[in-house]
Design a protein around this ligand. Structure first.
Ligand SMILES: [Zn+2]
Length: 277
């Protein structure tokens, strides 16, 4: 396990003991170790350290493209080529991005059998790339394309690179030549039934629910911390800043700092603590 951590955190480990959140680490470890397994809800904040800016942040995608206009089913049906102007930038943003140590820390916790599921609002597939197996993608993912006419599905593997080039034509269906839609959830589309069902089952079984890199105010994912809390789980928030969850009454502990510093340390301590029995 030590070797794994050197890989995850790098040979030269930064001294984090001066961070304001540092004293809270042991509290999180104690709370979590007492009530396993962990289920994690992640959002855009976990991928920022991979170079994918939060779409809602300043300079983010939603500043340029109004999501209710561009990321809506009715807009796609009306004029898919126009929606692809936004999708092209979205894919270009994800081009070549790799999981960061936060993603890797969660994958290591699953491998150590302390974490049972990750519910993510992200569409970037980085949890899976980090090696996580049980990933519930609440908003779909950008790894596939589908035809709304005939239902044909294909891989979107080449799209990020193509979208980064000067000339780009949106992908079309080989059967009927219609423009394809990524398998991400647009406004006006329901969350996939199996994702909701799996998420609720994960929440029911968890002892501790971590909320990482999300203000958890996008519905219906935002209802999950309250559901976990009402089910007896401890809810722990790991975010850069305070959110509406912090003072919601459904949060047992908040720790505010960079997830890419907190999660590796937390995972390391938790794995050590639980291996001692
Ligand atoms: Zn088709």
């Amino acid at each position: 396990m030590k070797r794994l951590w050197r890989l995850v955190r790098g040979e030269k480990q930064e001294d984090l003991s001066e961070r304001t959140w540092f004293p809270q680490i042991e509290k999180v470890v104690e709370l979590t170790a007492a009530q396993l397994p962990v289920v994690v809800l992640t959002g855009a904040g976990i991928s920022v350290a991979s170079g994918i800016p939060d779409f809602r942040s300043k300079g983010g995608l939603w500043e340029k493209f109004d999501p209710f206009d561009y990321a809506s089913m009715s807009s796609f049906r009306e004029d898919p080529a126009r929606v692809w102007e936004m999708l092209r930038e979205l894919y270009a943003t994800m081009c070549g991005k790799k999981p960061n140590v936060g993603h890797q820390a969660l994958a290591a916790l699953e491998q150590a059998e302390l974490l049972s599921s990750i519910i993510t609002q992200n569409i970037d597939h980085l949890h899976q790339q980090a090696g996580s197996l049980d990933v519930i993608e609440f908003h779909g993912n950008g790894a596939y394309l589908e035809c709304l006419s005939c239902g044909a599905r294909s891989s979107a593997r080449k799209i990020p690179k193509q979208a980064s080039r000067k000339h780009f034509s949106p992908p079309t269906c080989k059967q009927c030549n219609e423009l394809l839609k990524p398998t991400v959830i647009f406004f006006g589309e329901p969350i996939p039934f199996h994702a909701v069902e799996r998420a609720l089952r994960a929440v029911q079984k968890c002892g501790t629910f971590w909320v990482v890199g999300t203000s958890a105010d996008v519905m219906p994912a935002g209802t999950l911390p309250a559901a976990a809390s009402e089910n007896g789980a401890k809810v722990i928030e790991i975010n850069l800043v305070e959110t509406s969850l912090t003072h919601s009454g459904h949060c047992d502990l908040s720790i505010h700092g960079r997830q890419e510093e907190i999660l590796p340390l937390l995972a390391e301590r938790l794995i050590e603590r639980c291996s001692k029995g």
